[in-house]
Design a binder for this molecule. Structure first.
Ligand SMILES: [Fe+2]
Length: 352
């Protein structure tokens, strides 16, 4: 079935047949025989070829088409065009936050990739999922004129932003984050840096480091590691690892695993789309109504699929609204039955 957002399906209650049994993600040995064993042990995993290479290549092409389509002068085949004035507004971490990009058809097509969705369904033991309206990420290999991101623990630069995306006051496994990688992403190609095993000792960390001053955060669901916090992790034997991936690979990680990202130093651009799902059972009806409004207004959220925070489509360029700001995607999403469920809309019992 194809549908647009204007259609409202009947209320869905429970549609999955999978027994609801969420992984503990406590680091104890498991014997799933798939990515879940690494995920439980390390707190992160790479699911190879979650998207077939031909479709991953197509999505990368659509990503570049999107960037060129702003008509500001960026061309993928001309590195001299990589500069802020030729591109949509991209923050220092490579994220495009506005322009309705999170609801572009190609982004929704990625969210609806069956193996991507199934990965999260396996972890949560639940087929009834909702997905975040999170951002896309592009970090250029030729970025001399792009905003600097000084966060490299591997080369010992300062100003770290390694963090957990989870409130320390709410311990335990709550959220699995993910990104679909669309370009070759080797050791020099930037991307995700993780601290394997950090999920297992997160509670111990917050207990022992309770008196450490907190880095200011705009949401309680973000915890930044200070230099002392980073030292604590090292003192407990944890190391930082650059996660490498091929086009079409899905990377997932427990929100408690310390992580950050790096721009590429090699020749490949980093292209990624964040994909994060959670059981609809974890969201309230109020959450779902807020999420529906965000969807209908084509607004973005953080990685939390229950739409705790809803963003704006107006990008600020040099202190003024970007003239290229837009309220709707260039290409509206075309939802199928599964992706429509992922909006959460069919699970709304009544209009608030
Ligand atoms: Fe994060």
């Amino acid at each position: 079935m194809s549908t647009t957002t204007a259609e409202v399906s009947p209320v869905v209650t429970v549609t999955g047949t999978r027994p609801k049994a969420r992984m503990a993600l406590d680091g104890s040995p498991t014997n799933y025989g798939d990515f879940r064993d690494a995920l439980n042990r390390d707190g992160y995993a790479v699911i190879k070829s979650a998207i077939p290479l031909d479709r991953a290549t197509k999505y990368a092409d659509e990503f570049y088409n999107y960037l060129e389509g702003f008509g500001l002068g960026y061309r993928r085949d001309d590195p001299s065009t990589v500069k802020p004035s030729t591109l949509p507004v991209i923050n220092e971490k490579g994220m495009i936050l506005a322009y309705g990009v999170t609801h572009e058809k190609w982004v929704w097509d990625i969210r609806g990739e069956p193996s991507v969705v199934d990965t999260f369904a396996k972890v949560y033991g639940d087929d009834d999922l909702i997905v975040s309206f999170d951002v896309v990420n592009v970090q250029f290999s030729n970025r001399k004129e792009m905003p600097e991101n000084k966060n490299d623990l591997l080369t010992r630069h300062s100003k770290p932003w390694p963090h957990q995306d989870q409130d320390p006051a709410k311990p335990g496994f709550r959220c699995l984050q993910g990104l679909v990688n669309l370009n070759p992403c080797g050791p020099d190609d930037g991307g995700l840096i993780v601290c394997p095993g950090g999920h297992k000792i997160s509670e111990q960390f917050h207990s022992e480091m309770a008196n450490e001053p907190r880095i200011p955060a705009w949401t309680p669901e973000w915890f930044g590691f200070t230099d002392n916090g980073i030292k604590w992790l090292a003192d407990h034997g944890l190391k930082w690892v650059k996660v490498c991936a091929e086009p079409g690979d899905l990377i997932v990680w427990d929100s408690r695993v310390p992580h950050y990202n790096l721009p590429p130093s090699g020749k490949n651009d980093r292209l990624a789309v964040y994909t994060c799902y959670m059981p609809v059972a974890d969201a309230s009806q109020e959450d779902l109504v807020r999420k529906k409004k965000a969807f209908e207004a084509r607004l973005g959220t953080t990685h939390w699929p229950n739409a705790v925070h809803v963003g704006t489509n107006v990008a600020m360029r040099n202190g003024k609204p970007c003239p290229k700001s837009r309220e709707r995607p260039v290409q509206e999403p075309i939802l199928n039955e599964m992706t429509f469920k992922l909006t959460g809309i069919p699970y709304i019992k009544q209009e608030a």
